[in-house]
Design a protein around this ligand. Structure first.
Ligand code: HEC
Length: 209
């Protein structure tokens, strides 16, 4: 080994020893917890219908935002329990509306943003996350494909109820689901939910072609 390389090896060893001899951090050395909610409250502003009230988390959102991201089995059961309690079927017991109106709900992404007209109905934006009709080329893949939904699954009372509940409040079935809670959070009206149900189930809907 040349003297030069030797010196390099020694300084690398010194560095290693120095790193290893650093005392483990005590609680007092830890950086302060970030006040993310505080930073958001200080920097966001009310803008028309998009008010700071939207920063208030409900219990589900609080549990699903816990630091570390790991959801305990007890918290998962709690989320399902509180969201199941919100479920409500269609008031007249009829699950299916008009599939053409439902296609508009599935394709429309506007609503609830500060610059949307609050007197206009919100969209469901289903295509942002799901493939639905085969003829539609633009869709997101965060959620599973719903192509041929009714054709593949049939329209038994159980399947209608399951799908309605999923759209009404996805967290009643999958804790911390990424899918919006359309009925529970009044994003869609009952009629819009019926129409989007028909879009999924009707034999002559583009979803089932
Ligand atoms: C932000 C993304 C997102 C949007 C928007 C969204 N979904 Fe979902 N959806 C998901 C995800 C993710 C799943 C699967 C995992 C879960 O349940 O959370 C899912 C699951 C489903 C399922 C259950 C599928 C199965 O295999 O049983 C149905 C039905 C469904 N979505 C319908 C809809 C409809 C109808 C709309 C529009 C009104 C919609 N989704 C909007 C993300 C989304």
């Amino acid at each position: 080994m040349s003297p030069c390389k030797d010196r390099l090896a020694i300084s690398a060893l010194t560095l290693l020893l120095a790193v290893n001899s650093v005392a483990p951090a005590s609680a007092a050395d830890e950086p302060p917890a970030l006040d993310i909610a505080g930073a958001m409250r200080a920097s966001f502003k009310d803008k028309k219908q998009a008010t700071l009230a939207r920063l208030e988390q409900d219990e589900t959102q609080r549990l699903c935002s816990a630091p570390g991201g790991a959801l305990s089995p007890a918290d998962a059961s709690r989320i399902v329990e509180i969201n199941r309690a919100t479920l409500a079927g269609p008031s007249d017991g009829v699950y299916l509306g008009d599939h053409t109106a439902g296609e508009r709900v599935a394709m429309t992404g506007s609503g609830l943003q500060w610059n949307d007209d609050p007197t206009k109905p919100n969209g469901g934006n289903c295509y942002a996350c799901h493939e639905m009709a085969a003829k539609e080329l633009a869709y997101g893949t965060l959620g599973p494909s719903l192509k041929h939904y009714g054709k593949l699954r049939g329209a038994s009372p159980q399947m209608l109820e399951y799908t309605w509940n999923k759209i009404y409040n996805s967290n009643a079935l999958v804790p911390c689901s990424l899918m919006p809670r359309f009925g529970h959070q009044r994003i869609l009206t009952e009629q819009q939910m019926k129409d989007v149900m028909a879009y999924l189930f009707a034999k002559d809907s583009p979803v089932n072609q």
